[in-house]
Ligand binder design. Structure first.
Ligand code: NCD
Length: 307
């Protein structure tokens, strides 16, 4: 089977270091990579809305000199006629060299990967995982902090349905001295499988709280997230919970001077625009880093596939 990226743990710690180093090299000298994927095609199959993830994959492939084939909604493809993910994956393997897939169903990119004859990258599967957002987050953490070890990471918002949260916790749980502060309303706590299979298993200390201001002074990183409206069973619960946390300059009064404020975006209300000019705001850096690390990932997977 082709090497794919479905879960962030598909990559070893050493491979993460290599991807971060490769992205840093691309940032330093992008011209060197301008022809690296000449004649190669990336298919982006997005069955859920996206701005950053799809466009950053496409920009990444163009900047590597490659081409892009794109399905940007389920309703415009044969998925709307009832075609299975497996058949779609077999079909696209006839046209492209690598696939980036986003799907509302957990596990769909995995099903694609076992049916495709080309590498498949999970670009977000339901409320489950989002490994390439985590790669963007890791590159950002590396550039901001210079390390992955010895960090207290506050993760705030929808920790239940937020797939970027699940992948980030998995990735960071492999480093020494990492500690999590999980900030959410009772109903949006991290799922128990993440607590049992990831945090407890790796012996990573964590606390759960509903109070952001109380824990603020401890944090090296504050990772804000959007309440995931599309995963709620009813609109009433969403409306009640959507503004649980709104980061304003006032709430940062006791924060560290070297705090990194992150957010995978899109933001709705979680971070006041008054914070955008604060030097601690990193969310638009994450957007740009996402393109560079996806360039590094495409290069790696195509190379391993012998393309
Ligand atoms: C995230 C996602 O799709 O999970 N967006 C992204 O890819 N940067 C976060 C979100 O939608 O809230």
């Amino acid at each position: 089977m082709m090497r794919s990226l479905i879960n962030i743990l598909d990559l070893s710690v050493a491979e993460i270091d290599e991807l971060v180093a490769a992205a840093e090299d691309i940032i330093a000298d992008p011209g060197k990579y301008a022809d690296a994927c000449r004649g190669k095609k990336l298919a982006t199959l997005f069955f859920e809305p996206s701005t950053r993830t799809r466009l950053s994959f496409e920009a990444a492939m163009y900047e590597l000199g490659g081409n892009v084939l794109s399905v940007s909604s389920g309703s415009s493809s044969s998925a709307a006629k009832g075609e299975s993910v497996a058949d779609t994956a077999r079909t696209v393997s006839c046209y492209a060299d690598i696939i980036a897939m986003r799907h509302p169903k957990e596990g769909a990119p995995y099903v694609a990967s076992i049916n495709a004859s080309i590498p498949v990258i999970n670009a977000g599967d339901g409320g489950h995982n989002h490994p390439t957002q985590t790669l963007a987050d890791l590159l950002t953490i590396h550039r901001e902090k210079g390390r992955f070890e010895n960090l207290t990471i506050g993760v705030c918002g929808d920790l239940k349905f937020g797939r970027t949260v699940h992948s980030l916790i998995q990735a960071m749980s492999r480093y020494e001295g990492v500690r999590f502060v999980l900030i959410s309303p009772e109903e949006l706590k991290v799922p128990s499988y993440v607590k049992k299979d990831v945090l407890a298993r790796s012996g990573i200390p964590y606390v759960q709280t509903e109070n952001m201001e109380e824990v603020m002074p401890e944090l090296d990183i504050l990772y804000m997230t959007r309440v995931q409206r599309e995963r709620f069973f009813n609109e009433e619960d969403y409306l009640r919970l959507k503004d649980s946390y709104i980061l304003t300059p006032k709430k940062l009064v006791n924060a560290r001077a070297d705090l990194s404020i992150m957010h995978p975006l899109p933001r709705v209300n979680e971070i006041s625009v008054a914070i955008d000019d604060d030097p601690r705001a990193c969310y638009f850096k994450q957007v740009l880093n996402g393109k560079y690390i996806r360039m590094a990932l495409i290069l790696k997977l195509l190379k391993e596939a012998g393309k």
